[in-house]
Write a protein that binds this ligand. Structure first.
Ligand code: ADP
Ligand code: MG
Length: 351
């Protein structure tokens, strides 16, 4: 059993609240990512799990055992950080073998385990090299291998790919995903990169100012954001300030225009979210339940799609349209844009 369960975790530094009562359960075998802007408390929470930071309040349990006061080494966790922390005078093989040797494992067993892991991270051909003879990506693979080799039931990773360039980062993301699936380990992963989180995770825990804004699958956070903060953080969105005026109808603050929505319109929601790819640039004769006329203020060509900024009064709309349909649009010209009621989501703005 390697479920990680956090309950009521709080941590302050002087008057600053870094974690404000976090409850989180990571089931065995799950890949869960703590996602959030810099300073949102991700590293602090990971270090509370690791035992490097003791919380002011709350309980940490791993595999059903209360480990809140258990020192890091006795928690049986693997850790991978942004800095690889390899031993410089040891070869790749010896670096990976190191955790097994300090556990006094027989050398035949060490050899077979290290070779298996070298295979998994695809470093067998350079097992004799020293860390300085490796690229950053290779060094990070060694660090990951060193962590996997003793088969910890839970691995904690804090921005492990943060120091790598985009291409290497994508390669290693694929590798981490494959390793997670192959080995069935529980991974608690930290990143500020939403795309990385969406790609890797079974579930994402979106953090903001020491609290959880939303916990759910990548699809849930993207398609059913709990509030405007989440909608803004995950993917791109137009967030329009509005008020509910009647069932199925809201009024935009910026223009006073009434907009039809498909949602039950009760409560205090006051932001209308529309993803840029849900808004169409309408051709003559085309229509939508909601339409707005504006001026094209910006056009960017991004391959198959184009990003347009269409301004109507004080409100700017970001629109992603197929290039095939919008290639002849001109800067400064008037465009009619529109969307259907079910393509918008009414959310609560958090102050
Ligand atoms: P993240 O990893 O999400 O970027 P951290 O968990 O590292 O954020 O930090 C959360 C907040 O706590 C930050 O505002 C940071 O400045 C503050 N913090 C972290 N460690 C300390 C510390 N030792 N002393 C004072 N403030 C700290
Ligand atoms: Mg951090």
């Amino acid at each position: 059993m390697s479920t990680v369960a956090l309950s009521g975790i709080a941590k302050s530094y002087a008057n600053f609240v870094a974690l404000n009562g976090v409850d989180l359960t990571v089931p065995e075998g799950e890949f869960l990512t703590l996602l959030g802007a810099s300073g949102s408390g991700k590293t602090t929470l990971l270090n509370v799990v690791a035992g490097m930071i003791s919380p002011d309040r709350g309980i940490v349990s791993i595999g059903g055992r209360d480990v809140t006061h258990v020192p890091p080494r006795q928690r049986g966790l693997g850790m991978v950080f942004q800095s690889y922390a390899l031993v410089p005078h040891m070869s790749v093989f010896d670096n990976i073998a190191f955790p097994l040797r300090i556990r006094r494992m027989a050398s035949a067993e060490v050899k077979s385990r290290v070779e298996k892991i070298l295979d998994i991270v695809q470093l067998g051909h350079i097992a004799h090299r020293k860390p300085r003879e490796l690229s950053g990506g290779q060094q990070q693979r060694v660090a990951i291998a060193r962590c996997l080799v003793y088969q910890p039931p839970v691995i904690l990773m804090d921005e492990p790919l943060g120091a790598l360039d985009k291409k290497l980062r994508e390669q290693l993301q694929q590798e981490i995903r494959r390793i997670h699936k192959e080995m069935g380990i529980t991974i608690l992963y930290v990143t500020h990169d939403q795309e990385e989180a969406l790609y890797l995770s079974d579930r994402i825990c979106l953090m903001n100012a020491g609290e959880i804004e939303q916990l759910g699958t990548p699809q849930e956070l993207y398609f059913k954001p709990a509030n405007a903060f989440v909608a803004d953080f995950i993917g791109e969105s137009n967030l329009l300030a509005c008020d509910i005026v009647a069932p199925g109808r809201v009024r935009l603050d910026a223009s006073g225009q009434d907009i039809r929505i498909a949602q039950d319109t009760s409560g205090t929601a006051n932001r209308l979210m529309i993803r840029p790819d849900k808004i169409a640039v309408l051709a003559d004769g085309e229509s939508r339940a909601n339409e707005i006329c504006g001026q094209i203020e910006e056009i960017a060509f991004v391959g198959e799609t184009m990003r347009l900024t269409v301004r109507s009064g004080s409100q700017a709309f970001t629109v992603k349209a197929p290039t095939s349909r919008s290639a002849d649009r001109k800067l400064g010209s008037t465009a009619r844009i529109g969307w259907e009621p079910q393509d918008a989501l009414l959310l609560e703005a958090k102050s």
